[in-house]
Design a protein around this ligand. Structure first.
Ligand code: AOF
Ligand code: ZN
Length: 368
């Protein structure tokens, strides 16, 4: 289906809101007069603030335009529920909107089709579909959480062209260039949370926050730390944002020291005495994480891949050949490196782009 100019504009508005809205979906709205004139436009505000439709209606009002009989193009079904804000479909009806073109239905069970129903019952013409694919991609994490109750798991890996993530002698250095690093921060910025392992915290003492792109929301940081070895002096604990540490058991003294630094300690063990990663994702879903951005070492990456908990790989490939050394494949298969190709994780390339001198590939697990 052709998207059309107004829906493309609504999608652009939604995209611009992506960094501030989580856990809400990013939605855009454009209101056109029957003769095609732009009357108003808007996008979702930060959590608790007005939704896109209300912003667009206010915009029209502030320009002195009546929206009676106008068409509202929205990237998601207008809500029908009283959440942190009032129902958008009622606001559209009250303003006299004649037609709503929505990209797709809201998967939130509190809305799911009821917005369309209420609009139709009030005599508003409703059309659904244009821009559906792009609108879903923009909010893929929100869809994941609403449908599966778990976040969309996107794993970022920077490697050489031959898939090595470091040198064999353990020397760690930047493999990809500054442009790829900045691009990585843009993906961090849209995430509901950033995940890493205690190994990375101890070895690199990273911040794992958003610095290289503009944002006014820092995603919470999640650390997989079975034995609570995160040093209370770690730099991740020096900021204002929430830090959630998942452990397999609670060592009281260690937990207390981390909690004194503002962290939240959650215990979720599996039968092997390690953190139950699937249960952790369910817990992160309950904490309203839509997209989980993973930046971890090969051990945690390997575990997540082996347990088939990853939905998408964000791969930055540098134009370098490193040869034997650390790669992901040997860690990511149950029972060690592959002996049969049929056992490989089935991936589909979604996009490929040059980012400075490096390649960025988005590869999605087939069927996700
Ligand atoms: C819309 N327009 O721009 C967005 C919608 O707690 P609330 O009131 O903010 O409601 C959040 C829910 O509203 C969210 O889970 C999703 O179902 C819907 N998001 N709906 O009509 C918008 N962001
Ligand atoms: Zn709404």
């Amino acid at each position: 289906m052709a998207i059309g100019v107004p829906m493309a504009q609504a999608l652009a508005l939604a995209r611009a809101a992506q960094r501030i809205v989580p856990p809400n979906p990013a939605v855009g709205c454009v209101i056109l007069a029957p003769d095609g004139r732009l009357l108003g436009q808007g996008q979702t505000q930060r959590t608790g603030g007005p939704h896109a439709e209300v912003m667009a209606l206010r915009d029209a009002q502030s320009r002195g335009h009546s929206v009676a009989g106008a068409t509202a193009y929205v990237t998601l079904e207008p809500c029908a529920h009283h959440g942190r804000t009032g129902p958008c479909c009622d606001a559209l009806i009250a303003a006299g909107i004649g037609r709503v073109v929505a990209a797709l239905a809201d998967p939130n069970p509190r809305v799911a089709g009821q917005g369309f129903e209420r609009l139709r019952a009030a005599g508003v013409a409703v059309e659904v579909g244009p821009g559906a694919r792009a609108a879903r991609e923009l909010n893929i994490g929100f869809f994941s959480r609403m449908v599966r109750q778990t976040p969309w798991v996107r794993m970022k890996v920077a490697s050489s062209l031959d898939g090595k993530t470091g040198l064999h002698n353990g020397v760690s250095q930047w493999i990809t260039g500054p442009a790829a690093r900045t691009d990585g921060h843009a993906w961090r910025a849209r995430a509901g949370a950033i995940l890493t392992g205690v190994g990375t915290v101890i070895e690199d003492d990273p911040m794992l926050d958003v610095r290289l792109v503009e944002t006014d929301r820092q995603p919470p940081l999640v650390v997989v730390d079975s034995r609570l070895q995160t040093p209370p002096t770690a730099r991740i604990l020096s900021g204002q944002r929430p830090v959630w540490i998942y452990a397999a058991s609670r060592d009281e003294a260690r937990a207390a020291a981390l909690e004194a630094r503002g962290a939240t300690v959650v215990c979720l063990a599996n039968a092997d005495g390690k953190v139950d990663l699937a249960a952790m994702l369910a817990d992160l879903g309950r904490r309203e994480v839509n997209e989980l951005h993973v930046e971890a070492g090969h051990k945690l990456n390997g575990s997540l891949l082996r347990e088939r908990l990853v939905d998408e790989l964000l791969l930055y490939l540098a134009p370098k050949l490193i040869g034997s050394g650390l790669d992901m494949a040997s860690q990511s298969q149950p029972g060690g490196p592959l002996t049969e190709l049929t056992g490989a994780l089935p991936l589909e390339f979604r996009s490929v782009e040059m980012i400075g001198p490096d390649l960025r590939i988005v590869a999605r697990v087939a069927g996700r």
